[in-house]
Design a protein around this ligand. Structure first.
Ligand SMILES: Cc1cc2nc3c(=O)[nH]c(=O)nc-3n(C[C@H](O)[C@H](O)[C@H](O)COP(=O)(O)OP(=O)(O)OC[C@H]3O[C@@H](n4cnc5c(N)ncnc54)[C@H](O)[C@@H]3O)c2cc1C
Ligand SMILES: NC(=O)c1ccc[n+]([C@@H]2O[C@H](COP(=O)([O-])OP(=O)(O)OC[C@H]3O[C@@H](n4cnc5c(N)ncnc54)[C@H](O)[C@@H]3O)[C@@H](O)[C@H]2O)c1
Length: 448
């Protein structure tokens, strides 16, 4: 008989927590999970999934615009934000149900309440109940980091954007990262007037500069305004419910909503980490080793709360590796090299491996092959938007160091190309591959 209530107690039923709970249970562990909000976590409830559905919903604006040229007459075209919002949120409810079922079918006990650490083997639930476990996994994710200025309470984060009562006619987006660019794209496509306010002139820092420049060029062509080297001094709510945003330049902007997207910080406030000696870094992220072990030997952490790479597939792999290591007698670490990623702007951009700048810094001599083309899909686009693919190759070994692209469906194409980069293939392997015509992806085997 174990001295503990459970073999494993998971705090947080998000991407990392659910995977770790399910796999640990399948290895025979007795598992419980506490979730303070909704099962599925950020990705399913208020992140990747509903975001991508909004992207799909907003893309109809452009596609219906082209439909006439293809012979389709669509009369009475109009857009209803509430219908899109509710459709998306209903699907989120469905997915939450599936995640709950997964936990049930693996006989994982679910506590629908907040949990904190009371000791190395003890979790305290919001109800006051204390539960013991041989191992505790902290998978509580991250939370929007809100800057400090007067009136910030009138602004929203990505948490609220999925539930807006009205589509904002005029939207300000603060930040130059993933969330800022994706929501600027969604609301621009839906017909809102969008202004992006960014404190520097760099957008999407981790992506290849040329690809980001193309994205900015296209976004401006589509009517998104950018205010670089700007930051909010204050926000005031006017009598008619609008927001007056002071950017410190004596030219206040009147908007309906301000969406803050200035990063996400690990959700460690009030988590009781001090009760078990779990160490954090200066940003409040839980420090872990490659086996996801914290400074307390019975406590582990995975996902955004460790602030390694804030992406769902990474949190899932960490959760899975934890479960195999601790309960599957199969010690495993996660390989963080060549993680593909994408920004679901319109058009989207995607990349894997080193950017041209980083490759030059690390390798010195690199070759850059590229294709700058007009996708057939854009034939009727009034702005003649062009796609751009780049391949960065180490001159000495001919190995591909990175692939970066912008254009329709680029995330779908890049996922497959990432296999080749991960496998250490050379440019020659792409040259040797016959093109599949007509496609956008064929540009990858025709790079010059
Ligand atoms: C708007 C948005 C879009 C995104 N889009 C993408 C994308 O396209 N692709 C991608 O790969 N990633 C995307 N991400 C990032 C992705 O959602 C996260 O990296 C991922 O969800 C991290 O998983 P996690 O398990 O670490 O945490 P989460 O999924 O955040 O799960 C943590 C869970 O813990 C719960 N919790 C917190 N504190 C407690 C507590 N004390 N007790 C009990 N429960 C608690 C939370 O309610 C939450 O359910 C997006 C994020 C956002 C915000
Ligand atoms: N497509 C995807 O995979 C996807 C989509 C959305 C979110 N995510 C994940 O979620 C994380 C959070 O997204 P995000 O867009 O909030 O963060 P981010 O790190 O991508 O971007 C944050 C932006 O805010 C700026 N910033 C930071 N502090 C600021 C301040 N005080 N004032 C003004 N600007 C400030 C930064 O310079 C940066 O441009 C991302 O890092 C990403 O890993 C992924």
């Amino acid at each position: 008989m174990s001295d503990f209530d459970y073999d494993l107690f998971v705090m947080g039923a998000g991407s990392g927590g659910v995977r770790a709970a399910r796999i640990s249970a399948s290895h025979g562990a007795k598992v419980a999970v506490a979730e303070e909000h909704r099962v599925g976590g950020t990705c399913v409830i208020r992140g990747c999934v509903p975001k991508k559905m909004l992207v799909y919903g907003s893309m109809f604006a452009e596609e219906l615009g082209h439909a006439e040229n293809y012979g389709w007459d669509i009369e009475g075209k109009s857009f209803d934000w509430k219908r899109l919002r509710d459709f998306v949120n209903n699907d989120v409810d469905r997915l939450e149900g599936l995640y709950e079922k997964t936990l049930q079918s693996h006989e994982v006990d679910l506590f629908a309440e907040r949990a904190s650490i009371a000791g190395p083997n003890t979790v305290k639930l919001a109800s006051g109940r204390e539960v013991t476990a041989k191992k505790i996994l902290i998978a509580v994710g991250a939370w929007p980091a809100m800057p400090d200025f007067p009136g910030v309470e009138h602004c929203i984060s990505s948490n609220e954007v999925f539930h807006l009562e009205e589509k904002p006619n005029c939207l300000m987006v603060v930040g130059g990262g993933y969330i800022a660019m994706e929501f600027a794209g969604i609301f621009n496509a839906l017909g809102s007037e969008v202004t992006v306010v960014n404190r520097t002139d760099r957008i999407l820092r981790s992506y290849d500069e040329q690809i980001v420049d193309r994205m900015l060029h296209i976004a401006m062509g589509r009517g998104i305004n950018f205010k670089m080297h700007s930051k909010i001094a204050k926000v005031e709510k006017t009598d008619d419910g609008c927001l007056l945003v002071d950017l410190g330049d004596s030219n206040p902007l009147r908007v309906n909503q301000v969406l803050i997207a200035t990063g996400r910080k690990p959700k460690t406030d009030g988590l009781g980490l001090e009760n078990a000696g779990v160490a954090m870094d200066e940003k409040g992220a839980i420090k872990v080793d490659e086996y996801n072990r914290t400074s307390c030997q019975s406590i582990y952490a995975v996902g955004d709360v460790t602030d390694r790479v804030q992406l769902t597939p990474v949190a899932i792999r960490e959760g899975h590796a934890f479960a195999d290591t601790v309960f599957g007698n199969n010690p495993r670490t996660v390989d963080y090299d060549h993680i593909p990623s994408a920004v679901f702007t319109q058009p989207p951009l995607a990349g894997v491996g080193l950017t041209e700048r980083d490759a030059k810094n690390q390798y010195g001599n690199v070759k850059v092959y590229s294709s700058d083309f007009r996708p057939m899909k854009n034939m009727f686009n009034p702005h003649a938007e062009r796609g751009h693919y780049k391949m960065i190759v180490d001159e000495a070994s001919e190995k591909i160091l990175g692939i970066h692209m912008i254009g329709p469906e680029s995330p779908e194409i890049l996922q497959v190309a990432a296999v080749a980069v991960k496998a250490g293939l050379t440019k020659q392997a792409f040259d040797d591959t016959m093109a599949l015509h007509p496609s956008m992806a064929e540009e990858l085997v025709l790079l010059k």
